[in-house]
Design a protein around this ligand. Structure first.
Ligand code: AMP
Length: 219
């Protein structure tokens, strides 16, 4: 088992990056590095970073590259060098991808794969509109594809409190999808050229998509 793979998860918002990254983290000990989760934690804890980015996340715009890259550099420095990771939601722009290349080469590290989870728009809207998480243990659910077994009770920890992301609404989603198309999709040819881009069909059950990713990674 290769526990030191360094992977990027790409794909549209609601494409399943977070769900799949959490599974690979559990199964293979790869560290999930989610810039979105880091920003949301900062907002919740009202840190200076959180205060700075709160309105940006609410609007569906992207946080400036320098702020986002500084967060990733700090995270890489805090981790053991031999630990594999999955970047979930970073990089999202070409300047971020170039900054990541520099950060990794400064640390004598390299990326193994950029996995692109392909999901058509119709699925994205349904997935995003229905998703919610347990406020206590962060287990993820979806109204249509994965509701809690007992209505209103978390399968994992029994909590009865759940949260929906404030940016998971139709209007903000429109801007997130536009940003994805304009700023993030150009990363596909960037990683294709480096020979590490692998496209995976992201439509299907969570388990089916995990199997496809594992096949690509050789797990
Ligand atoms: P996510 O959870 O990945 O959908 O990210 C939620 C929000 O956090 C995005 O809509 C952006 O506002 C911000 N964000 C997350 N990752 C990045 C990034 N790499 N660059 C800029 N903004 C980001």
């Amino acid at each position: 088992m290769k526990a030191d793979l360094r992977i990027i998860f790409m794909g549209p918002p609601g494409g399943g990056k977070g769900t799949q990254a959490k599974i690979l983290q559990e199964k293979y000990g790869l560290e999930q590095i989610s810039t979105g989760d880091m920003f949301r934690a900062a907002i919740k804890n009202e840190t200076p970073l959180g205060v700075k980015v709160k309105a940006i996340l609410a609007s569906g715009a992207l946080v400036p590259d320098d702020v986002t890259c500084a967060l990733i550099a700090e995270k890489l420095d805090s981790m053991p060098k031999d630990k594999g990771f999955i970047l979930d939601g970073f990089p999202r722009t070409i300047p971020q991808a170039k900054a990541l290349d520099d950060m990794l080469s400064e640390r004598s590290l390299h990326l193994d794969y950029a996995i692109n989870l392909e999901v058509p728009d119709d699925y994205i809207i349904e997935r995003i509109a229905g998703r919610y998480t347990c406020s206590k243990c962060s287990a993820m659910y979806n109204d249509s594809s994965k509701p809690t077994k007992v209505a209103g009770v978390c399968d994992e920890c029994g909590s009865t409190e759940f949260v929906r992301r404030p940016d998971d609404n139709a209007e903000v989603l429109k801007s997130r999808l536009e940003n994805y198309r304009d700023l993030t999709a150009p990363l596909l040819p960037y990683y294709e050229e480096k020979g590490i881009l692998k496209s995976v069909d992201g439509v299907g059950t969570v388990g089916e998509v995990t199997n496809r990713i594992e096949k690509v990674l050789g797990y």
